[in-house]
Design a protein around this ligand. Structure first.
Ligand SMILES: Nc1ncnc2c1ncn2[C@@H]1O[C@H](COP(=O)(O)OP(=O)(O)OP(=O)(O)O)[C@@H](O)[C@H]1O
Length: 355
């Protein structure tokens, strides 16, 4: 169990790129608290695995330090850092039984007898593997094997942290839900720092109490799932989280109003003056932008997406494409208007939220 600190950390995969200040992981300083359930969320290539590998010790950062409970572990191997890892694909010993697979990491650390037996049974029960303990791993399906991998990652109580790299990729979709909630329950029970890497927002938001969003080699926001949804600090977060994502549209802003083309949109939170930045944008979630019966700004409807419980209209507003909620009582004809909820409009300057 450990608090993990990254201080002035950056990584480049070649000396030439580092010399030119080009980093796969841009300079960052952050703390992962002991016992936290974190998701590291971002699209392919944003640097998630690089960051995870630096924490685990598979990669030594080009600069900066990794501290576990204040101790510098930057140059230490994974084993000496006492980290458990679960990867995309099962890592199990096929010829061993499920029991032996789960016992292996404990015996490796010198545990014996009853201590091993009690812990193996506890973890097996938590993962519904209790009935399969005497079976050989070889005969089991991919789902069961990945459960064993999860169990091997979680079985040691003394680890500094458990790192999961897209661990549910091979799992059947129906079982994914179940395993995700199991992992969350396990986290509550075991009080271990867990970091879960994924590019899937649903996985991140359902597993984690703190989500760390990465974009282009940098952490752009760290927060609770509801914070990321309601107050995205970066346009990327607004767009990446939510389906459909947040609407982002270029605007001119001064004090209490924004202007988009010829239209004037009042802001619920007036700014002290014009924001400074080259690119000023508004952000509003589709559910706070509604088709109306009469008042509001004129738009052209391009299509309606019926998602079952809700409908979203894809509209054109002053040349920009937006998604807007279609309330149940509003007929979605070709002539339509939209209304912005002023309290839910965010203002961004060069992608960062300023109001
Ligand atoms: N061993 C390597 N050598 C050179 N460049 C690398 C290496 N590993 C990763 N990169 C580059 O570093 C950047 C970050 O990659 P990384 O694998 O950390 O991203 P990721 O978010 O984990 O993506 P994915 O989800 O696809 O694994 C990418 O531009 C990638 O091409």
């Amino acid at each position: 169990m450990a608090r993990i600190e990254l201080t002035d950390l950056a990584h480049s995969y070649s000396a030439a790129l580092a010399a030119a200040n080009i980093y796969a992981l841009k300079p960052m300083t952050m703390t992962w608290r002991q016992g936290g359930a974190y998701a590291l969320l971002g699209p392919s290539g944003c640097g998630k695995t690089t960051l995870l590998n630096i924490i685990s010790g598979l990669v030594v950062p080009t600069r900066g330090k990794v501290l576990f409970d204040g101790r510098d572990v930057t140059e230490l191997s994974t084993e000496r850092r006492n980290i458990a890892q679960v990867f995309q694909f099962p890592v199990v010993y096929d010829t061993m039984t499920v029991y032996e697979n789960l016992a292996f990491p404990l015996r490796n650390r010198g545990l014996k007898g009853k201590a091993v037996d009690a812990r193996v049974r506890e973890i097996a029960d938590l993962l519904d593997l209790g009935g399969a303990l005497t079976k050989r791993a070889r005969g089991l399906g991919a789902d069961a094997k990945q459960k064993i991998s999860l169990g091997r990652g979680l079985v040691r109580a003394d680890v500094a942290a458990v790192l999961f790299d897209e661990p549910l990729t091979v799992i059947d979709p129906a079982l994914k839900w179940e395993l995700r909630s199991k992992l969350k329950a396990l986290h509550r029970q075991l009080d271990i720092t867990m970091i879960y890497v994924t590019h899937d927002q649903t996985e991140a938001l359902t597993f984690a109490d703190t989500v760390v969003v990465m974009h282009d080699g940098a952490i752009v926001q760290t927060g609770r799932p509801d914070e990321l949804y309601e107050r995205p600090e970066h346009t990327f977060v607004g767009h990446f989280i939510g389906s459909p994502g947040m609407n982002i549209l270029p605007a001119r802003v001064d004090g209490g109003v924004a202007r988009v083309g010829d239209r004037v949109i009042p802001l619920g939170r007036p700014l002290a003056g014009p924001p400074s930045g080259e690119r000023i944008e508004l952000g509003i979630r589709p559910e706070y932008l509604r088709l109306t019966r009469g008042d509001g700004h004129p738009v052209t409807i391009e299509r309606i997406d019926d998602l079952g419980r809700v409908r979203y209209a894809r509209v054109r507003f002053e040349g920009h494409r937006l998604a807007a909620l279609v309330p149940g009582d509003v007929p979605a004809g070709p002539e339509a208007r939209i209304a912005f909820d002023p309290a839910q409009i965010h203002v961004y300057a060069d992608s960062r939220r300023v109001g």
